[in-house]
Ligand binder design. Sequence first.
Ligand SMILES: NC(=O)c1ccc[n+]([C@@H]2O[C@H](COP(=O)([O-])OP(=O)(O)OC[C@H]3O[C@@H](n4cnc5c(N)ncnc54)[C@H](O)[C@@H]3O)[C@@H](O)[C@H]2O)c1
Length: 351
Amino acid sequence: MQTQMRRISFALVGYGRFGKHHANILHHHPNAVVEVICETDHIALQQARFDFPEAKIYTEPFKMLQEINVDVVSVVSPEDTHASIVRAALNNGFHVFCEKPLATQLADAKELVILAREQELKLRVGYILRYEPRHRVLKQHIAADKLGELARIRAKRDISRTWFETYGYRVHSAYETLIHDIDLILWLSQQRCQTVSAWGGYLLGYDVPETLIIVLEMEKGTLCTLESSWLVPSGAPANIFGWEDSSDAGKGVVDASLEVVGTKGSSFLKTYEPSLTINDAQGSYHPDLAFWPQIDGRTTGALREEIWDFIQELLGESYAQVDSLEDAIHVQEICEAVVESEKSGQKVNIG
Ligand SMILES: NC(=O)c1ccc[n+]([C@@H]2O[C@H](COP(=O)([O-])OP(=O)(O)OC[C@H]3O[C@@H](n4cnc5c(N)ncnc54)[C@H](O)[C@@H]3O)[C@@H](O)[C@H]2O)c1
């Protein structure tokens, strides 16, 4: 006799570029169902209705949270909306998956983690790199002391300029791009950060820097440099596709790498590999196959690993256990110090 499979029901907040991938992944999981979608933009809403005709649709997240009965709320709305939606979701008794950043204010992040613990609810923050196989293998090598004591970590994350002008400007780039690398450094090094120094470049004339350099001094002496510029020109071979719905605007580049140098060994990881080249009448492309590639209408890659892993945990099955709310708070401490240092020109001591 077959036993009934438990279903985990989701409400998704935000059906934009990334929310669509979350929804697609949940839709293809045998134990998950997208029951509710909340979206404020009418075109995105129409798309949500078309893609998920069975789902209940809302246009206001707080009203939705009062009325629905689901297991999990996935927050994939813009960065500055996260804290208030996550707070309301936890207060209404829902587990939460929140895309990065958890909050744009440290005080909010701390409060949310306490709230989740008090309510005995799961709270995950979308640090996708912890679920990508090459990063997982590198982590194992570092944990097995193959590289020795870590002397230096260097992370680079350059992004298309057109994306800065479309959405990258809406939050300080510490929270948008290098937050991933700050999280990686905590996870790989298993160290707390002592001091933060940061410099911003404002050549595009926005309120937030399009260029950011960060230096972190870690508690056991590892020195980390992180660099990001949203200046990759549109002629560079794209590796991310369909980021917006129409035409070439959706194509763009994330050019990222991670170098770790230790007393016994070193490593280099090119985050978006150019291992597949497609040439057509418009140019050459290197489609990303690691993070959220779409294959036969299914979103796969590290994003699927990450979301499926959370479902495993909710089902009470074995899961990767690579997420950490302690690290999530420390990431926020570092990001806040980056903004302070970049504005004041002073090194910030957070140790
Ligand atoms: N982990 C990663 O690698 C990764 C990659 C991309 C995006 N993200 C994160 O995902 C989140 C969404 O990014 P995106 O690129 O999809 O942005 P987006 O602007 O394309 O989508 C956000 C959607 O949320 C909707 N929205 C705005 N306010 C809302 C509200 N109050 N309630 C409900 N819906 C609302 C918007 O109309 C929009 O459709 C961001 O936090 C971003 O940082 C993470």
